[in-house]
Design a binder for this molecule. Structure first.
Ligand code: IDP
Ligand code: MG
Length: 149
């Protein structure tokens, strides 16, 4: 099973959207194996967004992700990264289709509610910034035999 790293950004937490986001991730059948509320440190933010270091929006990105509590999650499931990215929607909410998280809840690219890893490798790189392997809880979910053929 593939793992995906998801973070509800400070705007999502402040707007009371934690439940809505988690619901959509659970609905599709993914298993939450790690979840925490935390305030991202500048060091964590720099690691997380290292690939955007040269972008003009980099400083705003770091400022925003560190400005308040976030909810970090790791989920497991079939094609977890590709499916999660679909549930999340396009980076710019203007382009995110209705039914996606960003399409339904956001208006601006710098306040797009949620982060999700864009490849299995990047998801692992990202969740290691926020979680130790021992923090993950492995368990069987009762719907697994009805989700997977
Ligand atoms: P993603 O979150 O859909 O993977 P990325 O391209 O990885 O999008 O960008 C990371 C985050 O940086 C985005 O979620 C968004 O909040 C912000 N961002 C991306 N492009 C821009 C931009 O052109 N202006 C302002 N913020 C941006
Ligand atoms: Mg990205």
């Amino acid at each position: 099973m593939e793992r995906e790293f998801i973070m509800i950004k400070p705007d999502g937490v402040q707007r009371g959207l934690v439940g809505d986001v988690v619901k959509r991730i659970e609905n599709v059948g993914f298993k939450i194996i790690g979840m925490k509320l935390l305030k991202v440190s500048l060091k964590q933010a720099e690691q997380h967004y290292a690939i955007h270091k040269e972008q003009p929006f980099y400083d705003d990105l770091l400022g925003h992700i560190t400005c308040g509590p976030v909810v970090a999650m790791v989920v497991e499931g079939k094609d977890a990264v590709r499916v999660t990215r679909k549930i999340v929607g396009a980076t710019n909410p203007i382009d995110a289709v209705p039914g996606s998280i960003r399409g339904d809840f956001a208006l601006e690219i710098g306040r797009n509610i949620i982060h999700a890893g864009d490849s299995p490798e990047n998801a692992i790189y990202e969740y290691k910034i926020y979680f130790n392997e021992e923090e993950f809880v492995e368990y069987n979910k009762i719907d697994e035999r009805w989700l997977y053929e």
